[in-house]
Design a binder for this molecule. Sequence first.
Ligand code: SF4
Ligand code: SF4
Length: 158
Amino acid sequence: MYKSDGVLQSSDVPLPDEKILKKGKIAIIECVENIPCNPCETSCPQGAIKIGENICDLPKIDYSKCSGCSLCLAVCPGLAIFALNKYIDENRSEITIPYELNTSLEKGMTVKLVNRSGKILGNGEISAIRELKIQKKRKLVSILIPRELINEVRHFMV
Ligand code: SF4
Ligand code: SF4
């Protein structure tokens, strides 16, 4: 489907297994095009992301090394990485998304959750906003979402 309509499906980019998701906050990469790009690899302080000698290869994460620091979200030019903390509380997960619009956001704000094709799925709550020194036009926005939507929610609308 992705090749025909340009929209990824959750089956194209499956989440890591449950043992890894239980670790806490981790980076999830949805990078599927073989383009010459590697800031995710060079920026990771843990050496958790590997592309290798061919810069057009796709990045791979070693989850035994990922600390969830989110630095790779700050530098990825394709906005192809987000962070997920599946078990943030009893019913919800937290997703952290790189955000480049000039919209006024506040912690506690209710936002519309959208899937990869922009369809509204329900409401979420902004739990944190992190300004970035290395990317002044980008911030990292964390949102609490219903846990059953972790395969679907990939952005939000105000
Ligand atoms: S979240 Fe931090 S530790 Fe994990 S892959 Fe990204 S930069 Fe590396
Ligand atoms: S920085 Fe982003 S777009 Fe570039 S290879 Fe890494 S994940 Fe893909």
